[in-house]
Write a protein that binds this ligand. Structure first.
Ligand SMILES: [Zn+2]
Length: 325
């Protein structure tokens, strides 16, 4: 487990040892802090024949089956396509499997991730299993948006909160992984260390630099907004998903902080501080609030079937057309 998860681990393994482990567990908390990895590790520990205090033994038959990804009592449910729903057929298939007796003597573990991807039919189907779980079966639901789960699902699970680690602990961990610019990456990831590590892995900072330079050129009317949008899609969104929208939102919030006379240490994009100061000098508070609304709308619409190209064009045109002094 990750160093910031030791108390979750102690509580859950303790519940198991005193035979109080709930049949339905909902692991929730911010994205990018390792909830899924924890669930997988805890599942291994439950299935292991000779578990140690803090991990599975790695040697027994169960552990070998897990390492070969062929343990029959460990079931994973996730969307067939990333970002899409978990369908009712997947849950039905699961229920059919768990209605058969488990293969080993011990537990059967089902991991559903992300649980907020369960659509209504799938949720209803799962509900019955949560109400009357077969013996020795543990369901682990994982979500960073637990409010999106059906209330009846939430009420039938034990909710286990995963806290955001302390900044110091996250930085230490990131540095231990030999990740450069850990502080900046962590800030841009809202304090979630695994999200920061993923950003490093996909070299997202280079993409961010490229987009920020373009953003700056747009402000100076040095480039065309529609051509820029095409570049953002091709070299940004296609590689790092919707991260650029979060970045734009953070640039605007930084400009707002500067306009409102905030201390420079409150600026999140510390590497862009000077440029952001200059940009803040050209715009007024009201138009920046208007732009912020626009970004929030774009973020909301980006989760729908709206055309991404049109959304990005609209956002960049708005920024380029902002009245400047
Ligand atoms: Zn083992």
């Amino acid at each position: 487990m990750f160093p910031w998860q030791t108390s979750n681990w102690k509580n859950l393994t303790g519940s198991h040892l005193s035979k109080r482990l709930a049949h339905g567990l909902l692991f929730y908390g911010a994205a990018g802090i390792g909830k899924k990895a924890f669930a997988v590790e805890f599942a291994h520990w439950l299935l292991c024949e000779q578990p140690l205090a803090d991990k599975a033994c790695g040697k027994c038959k169960a552990c070998q089956l897990i390492q070969a990804k062929s343990h029959p009592d460990l079931l994973n449910i996730y969307p067939e396509e990333e970002g899409k729903a978990i369908k009712v057929d997947q849950v039905r298939e699961l229920i059919q499997k768990v209605s058969l007796t488990s293969h080993g003597q011990g537990y059967r573990v089902i991991i559903i991730s992300p649980a907020d991807a369960l659509n209504i039919n799938a949720s209803n189907s799962l509900l019955k299993t949560l109400e009357e779980p077969p013996a020795n079966t543990v369901l682990m639901l994982i979500s960073d948006k637990p409010s999106k789960l059906m209330a009846t699902i939430r009420s039938r699970t034990q909710m286990i909160r995963f806290e955001l680690p302390e900044e110091e602990q996250s930085l230490q961990w990131l540095k231990h992984q030999n990740i450069d610019k850990a502080e900046l990456l962590l800030k841009l990831s809202a304090g979630a260390p695994l999200a920061a590590a993923t950003m490093a892995e996909i070299e997202a900072l280079q993409i961010r630099d490229k987009l920020f330079n373009n953003w700056q050129e747009l402000a100076n009317a040095d480039t065309d907004a529609l051509e820029s949008a095409a570049m953002w899609i091709k070299e940004g969104f296609k590689i790092v998903g919707n991260l650029p929208l979060n970045w734009v939102s953070s640039w605007i919030l930084d400009i707002l902080r500067i306009l409102q006379g905030g201390h420079t240490e409150s600026v999140l994009n510390m590497d862009y501080e000077q440029t952001l100061q200059n940009l803040a000098g050209q715009v007024d508070l009201k138009s920046i609030y208007g732009l912020l609304d626009r970004v929030n709308d774009t973020i909301r619409l980006s989760g729908t079937s709206a055309n991404q190209q049109i959304l990005v064009e609209g956002l960049l045109l708005h920024w380029a057309g902002l009245k400047r002094s």
